[in-house]
Design a binder for this molecule. Structure first.
Ligand SMILES: Nc1ncnc2c1ncn2[C@@H]1O[C@H](COP(=O)(O)OP(=O)(O)OP(=O)(O)O)[C@@H](O)[C@H]1O
Length: 233
């Protein structure tokens, strides 16, 4: 299993024109994440996305270090991004090619050389996610559930060691949320998922409750979710 370490990480952001010149988005945080499935829960604006984005360098610490499988994210960003796949809430953020097949083929570009071989491999990927027959379609002509499935298929096709997902089920109906949740919980890679879907969090191995830029509870999901629910009632 992979290992994600945060060593005294602080994230501050400039707020030009705001009441203060900068805000602390994440107060000093040290963590070691070695479980297979880790959920980040907490209210809107608490810092879950920030924590998730630190793992692949989309957010840089103001101070402290983030280390992924021994690689310092600030120094080895490219290698880290190869190890860490990232899934966004809105899949259109990461579907960039005109058709479904081309999009998956793009994800396979480092692993499969040759146009024909890549197209064949992309078709296999689509079939394994139940998206066969949609290869020639525009990514914009898919349902929300199909689009999120395609985005995850594309990221997993790059063969990452870790998958970080930022609210991957927020835009989906119950059935698709469940389907995507089942898929994410079933992958062999380490999963870090920021989510408001407490059923999904409860099915993880560890949960962290983030509130106002601090990890305020950390441990077994049932306890952490109960703590979160008690605070919200
Ligand atoms: N670059 C930035 N500049 C200013 N403020 C920021 C910046 N990035 C994040 N913040 C603020 O930091 C806080 C945490 O944001 P973050 O997106 O991590 O929260 P979140 O828990 O993922 O929220 P949500 O559940 O609504 O997606 C928010 O108040 C946000 O406005």
């Amino acid at each position: 299993m992979s290992r994600i370490e945060l060593d005294r990480v602080v994230v501050r952001a400039a707020t030009p024109g705001g009441p203060t010149p900068e805000v602390t988005v994440l107060h000093e945080t040290s963590l070691e994440l070695t479980e297979q499935r880790i959920a980040l829960v907490g209210p809107n604006g608490s810092g879950k996305s920030t924590l998730a984005r630190l793992v692949n360098g989309l957010v840089e610490p103001t101070s402290g270090r983030v280390v992924v499988d021994g690689l310092d994210v600030a120094r080895k960003g490219r290698e880290v991004r190869r190890r860490v796949g990232f899934v966004f809430t809105d899949p259109t953020a990461q579907l960039v090619m005109p058709t479904v097949l081309e999009d998956v083929a793009l994800s396979l570009r480092h692993r499969v050389r040759g146009r024909e071989e890549r197209a064949a491999a992309a078709r296999e990927v689509l079939a394994s996610y139940g998206l066969e027959g949609l290869g020639e379609r525009s990514v914009h002509a898919l349902s929300g559930g199909q689009r999120q499935l395609l985005a995850i298929a594309g990221v997993l096709a790059t063969d990452p060691a870790i998958l970080v997902a930022d609210e991957p089920t927020t835009l989906l109906d119950l059935r698709n949320a469940r389907r995507i949740g089942d898929l994410l919980l079933g992958i062999p890679q380490q999963l870090v998922v920021a989510t408001h879907d407490l059923d999904l969090a409860l099915r993880c191995d560890r949960a962290l409750l983030v509130d106002d830029g601090r990890v305020v509870a950390d441990g077994a999901p049932a306890e952490v979710v109960a703590h979160y629910r008690a605070g919200a009632s």
